[in-house]
Design a protein around this ligand. Structure first.
Ligand code: HGY
Ligand code: MN
Ligand code: MN
Length: 417
């Protein structure tokens, strides 16, 4: 047996599964999901558990100024750029047990297997949990990986606040204060390769009865935040002609947007998932509405054209209100390089695991790492393709096979110098 076989044989389905269940207890919801939002008290507890699991393996923990957490498994050449693998452990408020967590726990599992097989790669391997992938508590999402890439400015991200007025800055400070044993490092460093394992969050693998998805790329996404400002008034006394009802205006705007973004083929994905009315009182004419727009399309030119139309459409339908349309992120579609996809596919073939190539309709931190180093992704199925839902569910055996393919892929990439 080769050393690589020894590593793959050390992957434990039972350990990997039980860690998913243990991690899911932190922020567990009554409906069986997880609410562990970015930089929350729950995420602090989850990070401590990761560090605790990694310490018997001799992994060295680091975090940076946005709170990205790295667990380093040293290779033979300390000075060589490391290979990174991981994902995120923050969730949507009604998130599932596997979105993000699988990539981080699979990363931990493969270094545990390497440690067990006494496999020391040429390059160091780092398991990473990126900060605020979901972008639910603090927008925009993928804050940690975007900053790592150098796409955003740290100061402006630290100023972002949640709905309660708590800033990213004070939240990161709380996270890092709770981790006195985690060394500090600066944001962004050279990386040899990045591979992220993730649940598909869509139905294709399950429908095709495949276990591994070799991800070809990620579809483009633009995110907007719209503010409609009207005027608070009395629900019984104010005449319609004098009202500046921010909700009536928003409903009209949303209807126009919905019609404009509709395509018969169902390729355009247009979602308004967040809407906040103020003062949100039954007998008060709403004075302001904030809503989000999540727009996705695999063709960057189409995404650009549709996204560029949004401010004008909103303006046409603003009625008596004032309007602010702010674009929070604009990421084009991308294709991962064959140099990583080929390794993933080769490993799946060698392990005799059913696989297929497919694009990612969801966004991932791998989007940003793509601009740092050769990057790829490994998908495993989830039941019914359901995700961003407390009912999200996966089979232990699929996670196990995903980790086996990840182990082979990372071991190979980390042995290239
Ligand atoms: O919505 C997204 O695709 C991101 O992964 N949260
Ligand atoms: Mn995710
Ligand atoms: Mn998600």
């Amino acid at each position: 047996m080769s050393l690589l076989d020894n590593v793959i044989n050390e992957i434990s389905q039972e350990r990997l599964w039980s860690r998913h269940l243990q991690l899911a207890e932190i922020g567990a919801t009554p409906a069986g999901g997880v609410n562990r939002q970015a930089l929350s008290r729950e995420e602090i507890t989850a990070r401590q558990l990761l560090v605790q699991w990694s310490s018997p393996l001799g992994l060295i923990p680091y975090s940076d100024a946005i709170g990205n957490l790295f667990l380093r498994y040293p290779g033979k050449h300390a000075e060589a750029e490391p290979v990174l693998t991981g994902s995120h452990i923050d969730t949507q408020p009604t998130g599932g047990r596997f979105d993000g967590s699988f990539g981080v726990l699979a990363g931990l599992e493969i270094v545990e297997a390497m440690h067990g097989a006494q496999f020391k790669p040429e390059r160091s391997i780092e398991v990473v949990a990126w900060t605020n992938e979901e972008g639910s508590r603090f927008a925009p999402g993928m804050m940690g990986s975007a900053l790592f890439r150098g796409q955003r400015d740290l100061e402006s991200m630290l100023k972002v606040e949640d709905l309660a007025g708590i800033s990213v800055r004070e939240s990161v400070e709380a996270v890092r204060a709770a981790e006195p044993n985690v060394a500090s490092r600066s944001i962004g460093f050279p990386v040899a390769a990045y591979v992220e394992a993730h649940i598909e969050q869509g139905p294709i693998l399950e429908m095709q009865q495949k276990i591994i998805g070799v991800v070809s790329g990620i579809q483009g996404k633009r995110v907007f935040r719209v503010t409609v400002q009207g005027e608070e008034n009395h629900a019984g006394t104010s005449p319609r002609a004098l009202r500046k009802d921010a909700l009536v205006t928003s409903v009209d705007m949303l209807s126009a947007l919905h019609i404009a973004m509709h395509d018969a083929e169902d390729i355009v994905k247009f979602t308004v998932g967040f809407l906040e009315i103020s003062p949100n009182a039954p007998s008060v004419v709403p004075s302001s509405v904030h809503f989000s727009i999540d727009l996705r399309h695999p063709d960057s030119a189409t995404l650009n054209a549709l996204g560029d139309a949004i401010p004008g459409l909103c303006e046409q339908h603003r009625g008596p209100c004032t309007l602010q349309v702010k674009e929070l992120s604009n990421d084009p579609s991308l294709e991962f390089p064959s140099v990583v996809r080929d390794v993933i596919r080769d490993v799946a073939v060698e392990l005799d695991i059913d696989h297929m190539d497919l694009p990612s309709a969801a966004g991932h931190d791998a989007r940003h790492l793509h601009y740092v180093c050769p990057t790829g992704m490994i998908f495993v199925p989830c039941a019914g393709g359901i995700s961003h839902n407390e009912a999200e569910s996966c089979k232990a055996e699929d996670l196990f096979n995903g980790a086996r393919v990840l182990a082979g892929t990372i071991a190979r990439l980390a042995d290239r110098v």
